[in-house]
Design a binder for this molecule. Structure first.
Ligand SMILES: *Cc1c(COP(=O)(O)O)cnc(C)c1O
Length: 410
């Protein structure tokens, strides 16, 4: 059957206040429409090097190997794990939400011996709990999520690098949801491999995964071969077991981003422009100020929601600045309320996964939408839909509380 499609893409107007993706900053989408240039053009080389430098600031690192993986955030996760972990090697994953389960699944698919420790959703681990598991399991790699959007929790990482070094363990972390909205100090905290995505606090669309690698991580990756039958391409990988992916072979991707510029994939040039603009905007603002902005608007949103009588979910001491989960009030159909918020007001909020599906709504204030007007609009709409659903709410309580929060912070 042939269906003639005549209309151009024309998406509805939406304010994306869920756990991601968010509305991209218009400066980022504008950058993405810039003209394409060949990938070995000297101007492209320059642009790629600038992008590497910008992401060193974003990740707060001096790591030479800071670049982009083409694909969504999980492309970065897969690239890191498949390149760092040899088949049969042990990986420890502390699971405190859905994205810990994703690390476990990816680890298993690449042939790692994955062991997990678990905590209740809505909590994080203490460094002692993680160190005990390292001592008991002796893994090669600790793979841990920083901010797990499924529960809104932010796992403290600052003590883990030192623990991992003491036990000879490499530390990988997924900071997709947390970077730029919460403190992240790659070098100070001794993180060996860190990956992200653009569609949360970086204010871009999904489709590029920034990554940074410590010297220890690069050393390990450089021991891995590219192909079963030796290397004929002048690349710098060693004699170890072959990396079981071509697309995500970090040894090859480093040779592509590095001074040799060996061919690997065709650069996703428009995504590169977008990723560069995300980092440029953030470094212009300053990473500490970006985190403070997310804290300001995230707390305004959370206090406004609480003033509407909604109970905040999880350990609030360890909540990410940029997303909050609230328990759906007893007797309310959470999905029907979300549908009304979308169709009547053009605002998207989220529910969650697994044990939290249908139990919580998740509301984000991230990236381009970490703004006062977005917070105030969302709180007004939440009040209206709660009242329409039969929940008794104090008129104007959410917005008044948020405004007070802004005044106190000024
Ligand atoms: C949102 C999120 C992702 C997203 O992965 P995609 O491949 O871009 O969909 C990954 N990890 C974490 C922790 C996230 O919160």
């Amino acid at each position: 059957m042939h269906t003639p499609i005549q209309a151009p893409v024309n998406p509805p107007h939406r304010l994306l206040m869920g756990p991601g993706p968010i509305n991209a900053d218009p400066r980022v989408t504008r950058a993405m429409s810039a003209a394409l240039v060949g990938q070995y053009d000297p101007w492209m080389t320059e642009t790629m090097n600038e992008t590497m430098a910008l992401y060193r600031d974003v990740f707060q690192t001096e790591n030479e190997w800071t670049f982009l993986i083409d694909g969504t955030s999980r492309a970065g996760i897969e690239a890191a794990l498949v390149s760092l972990v040899e088949p049969g090697e042990k990986v420890l994953v502390p699971v405190f939400g859905r994205f810990g389960l994703l690390l476990k699944e990816i680890g298993e698919r690449i042939g790692a011996d994955v062991v997990t420790i678990e905590t209740e959703w809505g909590q994080v681990f203490t460094p002692e709990q993680i160190e005990q598991a390292i001592v008991a399991e002796r893994p090669s790699v600790l793979a841990v999520v920083q901010g797990d959007t499924s529960t809104t929790m932010n796992q403290p990482l600052e003590d883990l690098g030192e623990i991992c070094r003491r036990h000879g363990v490499l530390l990988y972390t997924d900071v997709t949801a947390s970077v730029a909205g919460n403190e992240l100090r790659t070098d100070d905290w001794g993180l060996d491999a860190v990956t992200a995505g653009l569609q949360k606090c970086l204010a871009g669309p999904s489709g590029s995964s920034p990554i940074t690698l410590s010297d220890r991580a690069v050393e390990k990756i450089r021991t891995r071969r590219h192909v079963e039958a030796g290397i004929a391409d002048g690349s710098t990988a060693g004699p170890g077991p072959v990396i079981r992916s071509n697309y995500f072979d970090l040894a090859q991707i480093m040779d592509y981003w590095g001074p040799q510029r060996l061919n690997h994939h065709t650069e996703a040039t428009s995504m590169l422009y977008g990723a560069r603009e995300c980092a440029r905007l953030l470094t212009q603002e300053g990473m500490d100020r970006a985190v403070a902005r997310h804290a300001l608007h995230g707390h305004a949103m959370a206090s406004g929601l609480a003033a509407l009588g909604l109970e905040l979910f999880g350990d609030q001491e360890h909540r990410m600045n940029n997303v909050v989960a609230v328990l759906i009030p007893e007797g309310i159909n959470g999905d029907a309320v979300r549908a009304s918020i979308l169709s009547d007001y053009g605002i998207e909020i989220g529910t969650s996964f697994g044990p939290l599906h249908g139990r919580v709504w998740r509301i984000g204030t991230m990236g381009y939408n970490a703004r006062r007007d977005a917070v105030m609009t969302t709180l007004s709409v939440m009040e209206s839909v709660l009242r329409a659903a039969g929940v008794s709410v104090v008129a104007g309580a959410g917005t008044a509380t948020a405004l007070e929060h802004y005044q106190d912070a000024a």
